[in-house]
Write a protein that binds this ligand. Structure first.
Ligand code: ZN
Length: 165
């Protein structure tokens, strides 16, 4: 281990310093080793949204089969909070129906708006690491960008023609 923990790199500094250090680690872990960050050739739902305030861009790609999210991937760039949040999102919604995913999204949005009762809700899993972001209104948009993509996709339905039938 040659990394010096004393000298935070850019990504580390993007996280509000007062966030609990364990939470910081969870967020940085997803940022540095994002889950499901890849293209998805047979995606049924895709959307790209951005957060110009911060420069975050996220493309969310879903493959929905039998009304379940069989696979969820993302592409994009941006701050550690936006990227960690969407990385967690793809883990959390895989295997869920669109309705279930929407429920998780609603809970996560509430959590970020300061509803601490959701801190004990197992449905949110490691997303709870982002709860501290609620104290930083500017960063809430970062944390919610991937979820805004999800809600928009659920609303608009399939965005591309699936495999020929
Ligand atoms: Zn951001």
């Amino acid at each position: 281990m040659t990394d010096s923990p004393k000298k935070p790199r850019t990504a580390d500094r993007e996280i509000p310093a007062s966030l609990d250090s364990l939470y910081q680690e969870v967020i940085l872990d997803h940022y540095r080793r994002p889950q499901n960050k890849s293209a998805l050739d047979d995606a049924t739902h895709t959307i790209t949204m951005s957060n110009p305030l911060c420069g975050d861009v996220i493309e969310l790609l879903l493959r929905v089969e039998d009304s379940k999210i069989a696979e969820a991937c993302f592409l994009g760039r941006g701050c550690s909070i936006s990227q960690a949040s969407v990385s967690m999102l793809t883990n959390r919604i895989a295997g869920k129906t669109l309705e279930e995913a929407t429920e998780i999204s609603a809970k996560f949005t509430q959590l970020l708006h300061g509803d601490d009762t959701l801190l004990t809700d197992p449905a949110l899993g490691d997303l709870r690491a982002l709860a501290g972001v609620s104290k930083f209104p500017v960063r809430i948009k970062c944390a919610l960008l991937g979820w805004n993509c999800l809600e928009e996709l659920v609303e608009t339905g399939p965005t591309s023609v699936g495999p020929a039938e």
